[in-house]
Design a protein around this ligand. Structure first.
Ligand code: FPP
Length: 237
């Protein structure tokens, strides 16, 4: 099962408590650790976390710097544990706008864990669904221009291989915390058949128990009345 999560509400969680927004993000990073850890027990094989969107650059400079510092800390401090837990980490999004320091840490974690067979963890940093589609379209156009691909060979199946998620399955469920009911440019192509769960809890309040409850809810939804579960159509290869 593949679950995508839009981790929203860190800022509001902190503001409600009279704390700086960055304290909320710090709590959010601690929550990421707990949620990643519980995935195998909950039957989640792939987890995609929306950490930083292409639109998040519009935030105040000190908040962006604080978030980048948190990412660097997470990538550096969790390397050994993620590897020991057999987690395979990949990054989706456009890396070109990220700092060299963060790119080095991302590559170190990716290459160390690439052959791991446990949880597939996708971290979306500088990710936007439309941006991903445009990058895929450009890569396809380049192959057509070079003669490696004909226009008729562009099927849904082939197109999807050009996305950052490559051959991975689409998310079965996308969860968004903190009350907003929209996808905000998250997995625009991949979400076509995903079930959606919008929760009131903010991300720092999204405990492993809330995660488990949300998954139970999803399973009862998809198994309703014993009817045939509508499945995502097999993409033409
Ligand atoms: C949305 O909350 C959250 C983000 C923009 C950042 C998500 C980052 C983390 C959870 C921290 C660390 C992540 C990793 C992968 C280590 P918001 O600030 O938009 O909240 P608001 O809507 O209440 O202002």
């Amino acid at each position: 099962m593949h679950v995508g999560i839009i981790m929203d509400g860190n800022g509001r969680w902190a503001t409600r408590r009279g704390l700086a927004r960055l304290i909320g993000h710090k709590r959010g990073a601690a929550q990421v650790k707990k949620i990643v850890k519980i995935c195998p027990r909950l039957g989640v094989k792939t987890l995609t976390l929306y950490a930083f969107s292409t639109e998040n650059w519009k935030r105040a400079a000190h908040e962006i710097e604080g978030l980048m510092k948190l990412f660097r800390g997470y990538l550096a401090n969790n390397l050994v544990e993620l590897h020991e837990k057999n987690v395979c980490v990949r990054f989706i999004g456009d890396p070109t706008a990220l700092s060299p320091e963060i790119l080095v840490l991302m590559e170190r974690l990716r290459s160390l864990t690439e052959n791991n067979t446990g949880l597939q963890l996708n971290i979306a940093i500088n990710y936007g669904g439309r941006d991903e589609l445009v990058r895929a379209a450009k890569a396809i156009a380049a192959e057509v221009a070079s003669g490696d691909l004909t226009i008729d060979e562009i099927t849904e199946g082939r197109f999807s291989r050009f996305l950052d998620t490559g051959v991975q399955n689409d998310p079965d469920l996308i969860i968004r915390t903190a009350g907003e009911m929209r996808l905000s440019n998250f997995m625009t192509w991949q979400s076509a058949y995903s079930e959606l769960a919008f929760l009131q809890e903010s991300w720092p309040e999204f405990t492993p128990e809330v995660f488990e409850e949300t998954l139970e809810n999803f399973h009862s939804r998809t198994r309703q009345f014993g009817a045939v579960v509508p499945k995502q159509p097999e993409l033409a290869k």
